[in-house]
Design a protein around this ligand. Structure first.
Ligand code: MN
Length: 590
């Protein structure tokens, strides 16, 4: 007998999709329950309730069974006890490649943290999508975050602020971009409550009565309109009303001198009809009944919002002269406004899919984020039938880009294959010109090592370091290449090919083969290991002649070379720049 919460999810799945894989969802639940057994949330609740909470949110979006199963399993690797690799293997054995890919994707996204740098927000969102690699991962992560927001009160205030800011700046806009109004509004309002507690309480108290009063009023208006619509034989589906979300109301109030009387859509009347002709017929009928306010008719059917939102909005002097906003749309548009990209999956008839594509291709205002265009072209390339739409939700419009962090948390957007040198020049030409070495996630990497999504990259500079001709063969970005060329042409005589750079071009030297360098240090590359990268050239220091099993430490010298010193070396003690020291080990065995 399944858990009552699980049963609720299973019921939803079956209502939405008779072909859903109940067995898979049940197995995922059993697995997650076993792994999280005995674990508690900060709230004191059993951990599994978080998995169920998030799974119920995605189930409401009517996604496929695998997405629901992956949501139940989303914290198994990250928060489960024991060895992570072992857990991952077990998970893959039980559920296959696709589910483990989704779960891994969610785990990876956990690494992205918003550190309050306003100018970084857009890149951070891109990075989020690039790292997710599959749109379902984003949907699960949004549901995970929404459930965490719903239980945020149990966390310490500082953490509440950080998580709420991240939700408002990264998660809610992504939900909006994907057109998932259902999640966007809730993510925003739950953040608003923590980020601006005073304003939130003020607003809720201000509008509570007005919302009640508006709802009572619309309850009387709706039947009047309904009667007229039926008389005109327009295909009516339903009339309902919904109060505006608090955060969007607050933002609107700021544009209207905080004057609530100027907000006409506090509670808007929503008319849902069968097709587009019915929408325009309804608009005509409403304007015949009640005089429209000039300049307030918005036709988002002809001109959809960039995220695909469609509807006709009009504001009229309604019954008794009360100014009221009315929104008209088809059932499908209504569904898509709530579920956005997740709504695709639901349409089995090809027509629905095509109209969605058409809508998404309608030109958006030019100033809207440029990369929505990339999303659109990705949509275009998805020739999949609606049934396997979710099978191909790979986010590959960022496949040629990588996003890495600076140590301060800024996000740097680079082409795939970019090296630490490109990164350095991207930050500042002086950083590039004085490039000495680089660390990725705290470990040294070679000049030629390509960077990966999500790495924290730190550049070590040296005032005597300078560009060399060979850098032109290593850098990938035009920005770096141009800066290097400029420097070389301004400094003739400098930058001729160095011995060190020659080594980069050549095959790596054979083991045990000593290489004489300009400084006559003996390089015994195979004997010492630098954490993280095999490509880095190492040399044993002349001053202290370390040999195994001495304790050793690496010092980054000019041209990305590492000199190995004895830990007790006197010269080492004189070094002021601790950033230039890296941990190294003697290679064991061979
Ligand atoms: Mn979670």
């Amino acid at each position: 007998m399944p858990d009552i919460h699980l049963q609720k999810i299973l019921d939803k799945c079956q209502t939405n999709n008779p072909d859903c894989d109940i067995d898979l969802i049940e197995r995922a639940y059993d697995f997650a329950k076993k792994i999280h057994a005995g674990q508690k949330r900060v709230s004191g609740q059993d951990y599994i309730f978080h998995c169920l909470g998030a799974a119920e949110i995605v189930a409401d979006l009517k996604v496929d069974s695998k997405t629901i199963a992956a949501t139940l399993l989303h914290d198994v690797i990250d928060d489960g006890p024991g060895d992570k690799e072992e857990l991952a293997k077990q998970l893959e054995k039980e559920f296959g490649k696709e589910i483990i890919r989704l779960v891994n994707g969610i785990t990876k996204l956990g690494k992205i943290k918003f550190r309050g740098e306003e100018r970084q927000i857009e890149n951070l969102r891109k990075m989020f999508l690039a790292m997710a690699e599959d749109i379902r991962v984003v949907i699960i992560k949004l549901a995970d975050r929404l459930h965490n927001m719903q239980t945020l009160s149990f966390l310490p205030p500082l953490k509440q602020q950080r998580i709420a800011a991240e939700t408002l700046n990264i998660y809610a806009p992504l939900a909006d971009r994907l057109g998932i109004g259902h999640l966007k509004g809730q993510l925003e309002d739950s953040s608003f409550k923590y980020l601006m507690a005073g304003e939130y309480t003020w607003l809720v108290n201000q509008v509570r009565e007005q919302i009640d009063e508006r709802e009572k009023y619309l309850k009387k208006v709706a039947p009047v309109l309904k009667k007229e619509i039926i008389k005109e034989s327009i295909g009516l589906v339903k009339i309902h009303w919904r109060a505006k979300h608090y955060w969007s109301l607050y933002k609107k109030l700021q544009r209207y001198e905080m004057n609530l009387n100027r907000i006409y859509d506090l509670v808007a009347l929503r008319v849902i009809v069968k097709d587009i002709d019915d929408c325009y017929a309804t608009l005509g009928l409403i304007h015949k009944l009640w005089r429209p306010l000039p300049g307030r008719i918005k036709d988002y059917i002809a001109l959809p919002k960039p995220n695909g939102y469609q509807s006709i909005h009009t504001t009229v002097f309604c019954q008794g002269g009360k100014i009221t906003e009315i929104q008209i749309r088809t059932a499908k548009m209504d569904e898509e406004a709530e579920r956005g990209i997740a709504a695709h999956w639901y349409y089995t008839e090809q027509k629905g899919f095509k109209s969605y594509l058409k809508k998404i291709f309608t030109p958006a205002p030019e100033k809207e984020l440029r990369w929505i265009k990339q999303l659109q072209s990705w949509q275009k390339e998805t020739h999949a039938t609606p049934e396997d739409f979710f099978q191909s939700l790979k986010i590959d419009f960022f496949k040629d880009r990588i996003f890495v962090f600076t140590p301060r948390g800024d996000v740097i957007d680079l082409p795939e294959g970019a090296t630490p040198l490109d990164f350095a020049y991207q930050i500042h030409s002086d950083i590039g010109h004085h490039y000495q070495g680089a660390k990725a996630d705290g470990r040294m990497i070679a000049l030629t090592t390509p960077l990966h999504n999500g790495q924290v990259v730190e550049i070590i500079t040296q005032k005597n370091a300078r560009p060399s001709q060979d850098w032109l063969k290593i850098a990938k970005t035009n920005q770096a290449l141009n800066k290097i060329r400029q420097w070389l042409s301004k400094n003739p005589g400098f930058g001729e090919t160095t011995k060190e750079a020659d080594e980069i071009k050549k095959e790596p030297p054979k083991a045990e083969q000593p290489i004489k360098t300009a400084t006559r240090q003996i390089v015994l590359k195979s004997e010492v290991e630098v954490a993280g990268d095999q490509k880095i050239t190492t040399a044993l220091a002349k001053c202290c002649h370390p040999k195994p099993p001495d304790e050793i430490i690496g010092y980054i010298t000019l041209h990305q070379r590492i000199t190995i010193h004895n830990r007790d070396c006197k010269n080492l003690a004189k070094i002021k720049d601790q950033k230039r020291l890296v941990s190294v080990n003697w290679k064991t065995g061979s």
